[in-house]
Design a protein around this ligand. Sequence first.
Ligand SMILES: [Zn+2]
Ligand SMILES: [Zn+2]
Length: 754
Amino acid sequence: MPEELPKRYDPQSIEARRQGAWRARDAFRTPEPAEGQPRKYIKPSAPFTSGNIHIGHVRSYSIGDAYARFSRARGDAVLFAFGFDAFGLPAELGAIASGESPSDWVSRCASHMQGQLERLGFSFDWSRSFLSSDALMYRWSQWLFLTLLDAGLIYQGTGTVDWCETCQTTLATIQVEDGLCWRCHNPVALIQQTQWYLRISSYVPENDARLQELAEGGIWDESSLASQRFVLGRLDGVELDLRAPDGTLLTVFTPHSDALAEARFVAISPRHPDVERWIADPAVLEQLEELRSGGLERDSRDAEQIPLIDTGHTLPSPVTGEPMPVLISPIVDGRFGATAVLGIPSRDHTDALIAGRLGLQVDDPGEDQDMAVDEDQSKSETPTEDRSSGIGRRPAVRYRANDFSISRQRSWGTPIPIVYCEQCGAVPVPEEQLPVLLPLDLKPTGLGNPLAEREDFVQTTCPGCGGPARRETDTLDCHFDALWLWVPACVPASERERPLQEILALDDLRRWLPSERLVAGSDSGNFVFDQRIVTKALRDIGPLAFLADGEPFAGCLFHEMVIRDGRKMSKHLGNVVDPDELLGKYGADTVRLATLYAARPQRSLNWSDSAVLRCHRFLAQVWEFSLRHLTAPAPAGDAGEVKDTTEHLRVKLSTWCDAAVERSTEEMESLEMHSAVRNIMRLFDRIKDFEKRVLARQPELSRADSDALIEALTVLIKLLGPFAPHMSEELWIACGHEADTQTPWPGVSSLEPA
Ligand SMILES: [Zn+2]
Ligand SMILES: [Zn+2]
């Protein structure tokens, strides 16, 4: 029993005391799972090392932490840890603004953020946290690069890429918002650049096929599944074979199977395996060489500028037989993959723009006047059969998900382990020479790439011939780091310095992977899609062969963001909620509880102080009510002569408790925390109501009433454990329990001390 707990709820002292106790007993260290003990790796998102924890992080980690604590309280072995996503543009710009080296800036930010997260009481295993910018960690990126390169899944190509002149960098698709740079909001230009690409196309169909299994598995929530479908961009349609006058066949795809008669041109991806067959003119071939790239991240917004190469060939319309020009354009890639498609201007805005650029006559959809040929053919009952142009029409699928560039012309990133030698060309750095170290004293200015100006970095020796060579000065985009960022938390800190091949052989990876649940923001769809691709590649290559279905996450929850007054929070709008300020005013338990209570994870949380006030009042009442009853002297035993008039109330109370436990358990399993919180609040109302009804019948609680009430309170305290962990643990101790165990979930008899 602690000495004297203040009767008034004082979150600051409660939370400082509990956090001290957790540190002292190393409460969240990842346990060695016992034989048969369920194990869960709960994967929180890796925050950008941006300087501060914002309220969106609080929401995300409150969900994950409640689930982690719930799982531990049921006796599961839990791994709950993350690494900071410390490379990339935001960190580089932060460092420029503060005049520090990015390395100093991110370590300062990470320790500040860790302090904030600790004060919020999140139960991360900090011994396993890391910065992706540590050499010990980014060697994972370099190893992954070499492994995928060796398997033919990384290649170099010249591509048209989005370029921000202000930030002096290429941008990924997700960094372009409505044609503007995500960071500086200036217009993005298209330029030609040599890039490294990740080939995902070979695994896209499997990502599609596995989606059904994930949906049936039941622990991917609808929003995370929807994100995967969106990134996949599956298009169902038909494909048919068109025969050119010289007999050459081309299979073309269209999602508009009911509008074949309106096709006006054929567009082929520059990456189509047969594309060169359509080029006779050397000048056209030259244009193609210029265009040829691994992957373009395009969409219809670029239809007005994207390169179009006219091959000079034609193919007959599948319906009318009219000749249609054959084009080569990277616009196909971003919309359909490396394939060939029919251009149907009447159905598709992008196709209409292209037809306009080609000067093709296009019939207005719905107004077919002057198109006599179409009239004749397209309205016939069996328009696609038996044409001399050789149509074999069949259902087909294409995917928008596409290869993407992984290199950036910036200094704050993982150096790409490649050297260029005049004799040998591009040579991979041998694995035993990893990591290729990034100079830590770089001071980016925002212009160009300072890494390329560091002769001490650039000058090296060719691993092939021993002659002089120059290092690749592009770095890997932090999106590439994210491909493995979910793995190292499975490795105890004590093992981290071993060679990667030894780490990959550790039981730890087999023990914790796949992650039982990823909890991340709804903008993580691209990351997760690519993590799923690379897991399948590493399964086939060997290191992750134990993941038979190639899925990194058995379950997934995507939550929406926190907004205010219906708008995204931003400093610019002055509507930012500062977690530190809330913490100082109301305490961590209130802030966490409020973010869970205010909205279900799949809904945007429109911030209002009333949820905070409501939750604070609730916790204060639970505290005062509980202490009043837990510390009151037990009533004397009933003499027996008094008639028991409250038994039915006790039965009812116990029924309420059972129902609350049953429902909360189900809701916690499906991460519907907002419902669980509401149930718990309702249970507290019933407990207070019980006392009121008893006291309406008799002057004070009988021994049996008091026992029943304390039993119900104990259930309440246990249920609150995952949500308001500081307060519930204090009350748990006040109930007379050992000070070194956490609150168990109701129905769990005892927990082994960690
Ligand atoms: Zn920019
Ligand atoms: Zn060489």
